[in-house]
Design a protein around this ligand. Structure first.
Ligand code: CO
Ligand code: ZN
Length: 329
């Protein structure tokens, strides 16, 4: 399984939170090759289980992506919309979106859109419709659309939409492929609805009831001009999460990650993300609590149509997940 090919395929599949069918089908066909059982739970999480005797370890990566949802269509065929997940409203104008049936549109901005406080009601989707009836033949209220953003390689970097969090999914698939013999009972969970509130991870953790959990997702970096101060940089290794807005990571899990990275010469850096949370937040509060940590792929321009990651960092994350999987806890 080539990780670049995996990422190219997975980032270009559209699966906005709430309808993860397309991406789930793709991941399922890959995961089946490397696991003892693969199943979909009630909310739609895909669970891939590699049976073992030791500790029950759950790795989680969300497979949904941010997008927009049509809320009404005006008399001229312009579509009003709301957000699915955290959108940067200031940067939405003139980006392209694609509905599940293939209808494409661009986000237009009303005259005063950004003279006042940016707000979604100053924006609309233009699908090139002649009138309301024409628009209604292609888009219905409640339809969701993903952002368009092609996959491209810039040197040793990769740029695409939806790297948040198809890169986490790719890390789990790749680690899963490499694990031949594990002492632990491993669950790789591809969760739904992370972007709208860590929802899939919540029920998956309850059902699986793991001893240890690790969420794999993206994190911001502080390495671009005028970026917010942050220690994480692209190309400096797997980010071991210390804290984000949803969790203070379990100290034992964090220490284990650092020791494992050191022992196996895996470049790593410590992550404190002050903006945003991850599935780790929902998982560690499941049942009576779950010892939980996080591994992140450093990512520039998160939630844009051109997110950027470094190939080496992905490989470091795969190595770390692999070694945490096969080692005794
Ligand atoms: Co996100
Ligand atoms: Zn994410």
């Amino acid at each position: 399984m080539d990780i670049i090919k995996l990422l190219k395929d997975m980032t270009q599949i559209n699966s906005v939170s709430g309808d993860e069918r397309a991406i789930r089908d793709y991941i399922k066909s890959e995961a089946k090759k490397h696991c003892d059982e693969v199943y979909t739970d009630i909310l739609g999480n895909l669970v891939a289980h590699k049976k073992g005797e030791g500790k029950k370890i759950m790795f989680a990566a969300h497979m949904d992506e941010i997008g927009v949802i049509a809320t009404s269509i005006d008399d001229n065929g312009f579509i009003n919309f709301s957000s699915v997940g955290g959108l940067n409203i200031r940067k939405l104008a003139h980006t392209r979106v694609k509905f599940a049936n293939g209808t494409e549109g661009i986000i237009g901005d009303k005259e005063k859109a950004f003279k006042e406080k940016p707000a979604l009601d100053k924006l609309y989707i233009d699908i090139g419709a002649d009138n309301k009836k024409d628009a209604e033949e292609r888009v219905s209220v409640g339809d969701t659309a993903a952002f368009c953003g092609s996959f491209t390689q810039c040197g040793d970097k990769i740029v695409s939409k939806a790297l948040d969090n198809r890169v986490g999914c790719a890390v789990l698939l790749k680690a899963m492929e490499e694990i031949k013999d594990s002492k632990n009972d491993l669950y790789f969970v591809f969760t739904v609805q992370e972007e709208v509130g860590l929802r899939g991870a919540k029920t998956a953790a309850f059902e699986i009831n793991p001893d240890i959990a690790v969420a794999v997702d993206v994190t911001d970096t502080g390495d671009t001009p005028d970026a917010p101060v942050m220690a994480v940089e692209l190309g400096k290794g797997a980010a071991v999460k210390v804290m984000d807005r949803s969790i203070m990571c379990d100290a034992d899990v964090r220490v284990k990650m650092i020791e494992t990275a050191k022992k196996n010469n895996i470049p790593y850096q410590l992550e404190i993300m002050t903006d945003g949370g991850t599935d780790a937040g929902a998982i560690h509060l499941s049942k009576a609590g779950v010892k939980t940590g996080g591994i992140s792929v450093p990512t520039r321009y998160i939630h844009s149509t051109s997110e950027m990651i470094c190939v080496k960092d992905i490989e470091n994350c795969v190595d770390l997940v692999y070694n945490l999987s096969v080692e005794l806890w």
